[in-house]
Design a protein around this ligand. Structure first.
Ligand SMILES: [Zn+2]
Length: 585
């Protein structure tokens, strides 16, 4: 049970937290002013400290150098007392466990920071073994250049110790690295310590500047986490230290750990400026769901087209021209780096309309092979009577040819020079000659079913929205799903391309054979939100932003998850679900 730390926002493994001291501290932050160390038990036996709500007290501890054998660590293990003031326990990757503390101090931070895999392993080990609503503190390691990466990987508290030491050694720190003071002709900063100017700038000033620079970087990191955009920043910023780049790439290889902590919807735009973007969770998750959950429901030819800079694609000029030529006679799927393939029904679904990429007119080998892999998986799962590739060169054609060869398919190519030339559009029109247009109803029904597949799992669209049981009303993209009597089940939310359910819709979902994401609560009727302590159990696959059903002895409701399922079950503070509709049962 933690009383003194609460997570308010999540952006992958990074969080905005609140250390609830008598004057609260928003994390990630410097802990220097609020952390009291009760000392090491190696030097002397110590009694349990008094402690109070003004500080986070590090309980008496025994630290071990990196590589200490587990048996040795166990035989000297500390019995952490149960205290009623804000406390932190010192742990290693091996000894980390739930000791009832509000924060955990990684004992050998100095030994792992600078080594990507050792660092990621240690942070993961502590995170996995301690409750989500506790802070992770790494002392003596933070610099303005590495702190964004530390936070990205899940560190909540750091200190200014290393920055001060380096300042006194004449090392001037910035978010792009470290300079020797004697090499600086001018000071590349405008903080108060740097105001005096280069001539009179002392090593003492340098220490002060270093801590200022660290604090400024932390405030930028907090802003980025709140905006859901820390990853975009880290992909660029981490380039200044090789180990930081290696650290976030190492974390990318631990998909499950990051995926559990990454929201399924966000307002923020995702910027694809480096090839590392291809490996971020949002991109991998979309590609995975499109190729394992989504199913094509149109019995028409497939037309593959290039994406457009404007999102959603259907609002771009090029797609309006494709649309005119196709005239509902084919299923439209856009090819894009970094998303892969986007079926027309999912063009609004996060992150399909939320990304921007650097367009040079030439795809790298990594991009070609990523998009080809996704297209190949997509076509293994979805059969079409005919495939028309209305794509330009510049990577698209290479992807198509690669997939044609590997699957033994024959695509018909319709582009001359550019996809929107008159000749190209005439070829596209001709390629679909004799095909019948599908109906608006087919289009709308397929869209809500495709979104249900994407949200809930393979086959979910047909299970929840069984033929003959529902109708769609209102205009795309604000489609509404109703039963045949007219009672509303769900609304399509255009910002994220997801469905928001009514109580009747939630009942329909629960009664169907589609996988349900449910949060079981105690015997109360929630109004507005369900707090974590009220949660009895929750589906493990719930992610932040997911549509969830809330059930309990006294209530049935539907809403949006604010925590992952595991975090709801393991937390004693914070909002678990924002409830949209609820009724007493
Ligand atoms: Zn400065």
């Amino acid at each position: 049970m933690t009383d003194y730390f609460e997570v308010h926002a999540r952006d992958g493994a990074a969080r905005i937290g609140e250390l609830r001291l008598s004057s609260p501290l928003t994390t990630p932050a410097l802990g220097d002013d609020v952390v009291e160390d009760a000392g090491s038990l190696w030097s002397e036996a110590r009694t349990t400290p008094e402690g109070d709500e003004e500080a986070l007290t590090v309980l008496p501890h025994r630290a071990f150098p990196a590589g200490t054998r587990e048996e040795v660590q166990e035989s000297f293990a500390v019995d952490y007392p149960d205290v009623d003031f804000p406390s932190a326990a010192v742990v290693t990757a091996e000894t980390a466990a739930d000791y009832g503390a509000d924060a955990y101090v990684l004992a050998d931070a100095v030994g792992v920071v600078g080594h990507a895999s050792a660092f990621v392993d240690a942070v993961r080990a502590v995170r996995d073994a301690t409750p989500a609503d506790t802070a992770l503190y790494l002392a003596g390691v933070a610099t303005p250049a590495n702190v964004a990466t530390l936070a990205y990987c899940g560190v909540d508290l750091v200190d200014g110790k290393l920055a001060r030491i380096k300042g006194r050694q004449g090392r001037y720190l910035a978010s792009d690295g470290e300079y020797f003071l004697e090499d600086l002709d001018e000071l590349p900063c405008a903080c108060p310590a740097c105001q005096s100017g280069r001539e009179t700038f002392t090593r003492g000033d340098c220490a002060t500047h270093n801590v200022n620079a660290l604090a400024a970087e932390l405030s930028r990191v907090r802003r980025r986490i709140r905006d859901g955009r820390l990853r975009d920043y880290v992909e660029g910023q981490a380039r200044h230290e090789a180990w930081c780049t290696a650290a976030f790439r190492t974390l990318d290889q631990q998909y499950g750990f990051v995926e559990e902590r990454t929201p399924v919807i966000r307002d923020a735009e995702l910027l694809s400026a480096t090839e590392d973007t291809l490996r971020r969770v949002e991109i991998q998750r979309f590609a995975d769901r499109v190729t394992s959950r989504y199913r094509n429901r149109f019995d028409r030819p497939l037309v593959l087209v290039p994406c457009s800079a404007r999102k959603p694609y259907s609002e771009s000029q090029s797609h309006a021209q494709f649309h005119d030529a196709i005239n509902f006679r084919a299923h439209l799927v856009s090819m894009t780096s970094p998303i892969g393939v986007v079926p027309q029904e999912l063009e609004l679904t996060y992150p399909a309309q939320h990304y921007d990429s650097v367009v040079t007119g030439r795809w790298s080998e990594d991009e070609v092979s990523f998009v080809a892999t996704v297209l190949e998986r997509y076509l293994e799962r979805n059969d079409y009577p005919k495939i028309v590739a209305h794509v330009p060169d510049e990577g698209y054609r290479a992807v198509c040819e690669r997939v044609e060869a590997s699957l033994g398919l024959d695509f018909e190519y319709t582009v001359v020079d550019h996809p929107t030339t008159d000749d190209s559009l005439a070829n596209l029109r001709d390629a679909l000659d004799g095909e019948m247009s599908y109906r608006k109803r087919t289009r709308e029904h397929s869209t809500v079913r495709a979104i249900a597949d994407y949200m809930f799992g393979d086959g979910a669209g047909d299970e929840v929205f069984e033929s003959g049981t529902f109708q769609t009303t209102a205009r795309y993209p604000k489609l509404q799903v109703r039963d045949t009597e007219g009672e509303q089940w769900a609304t399509m939310v255009p910002q994220y391309g997801m469905l928001a359910f009514t109580l009747a819709g939630a009942r329909r979902w629960v009664e169907s054979d589609a996988p349900t994401k449910s949060v079981e609560i105690d015997g109360f009727v929630p109004h507005g939100s369900v707090l974590a302590p009220g949660v009895v159990d929750a589906s493990a696959d719930i992610r932040v932003g997911d549509e969830v059903v809330v059930t309990g002895p006294k209530a049935f409701g539907v809403g949006r998850a604010e925590m992952s399922g595991p975090e709801m079950c393991g937390s004693s503070r914070g909002i678990a679900v924002e409830v949209r509709h609820v009724e007493e049962t």
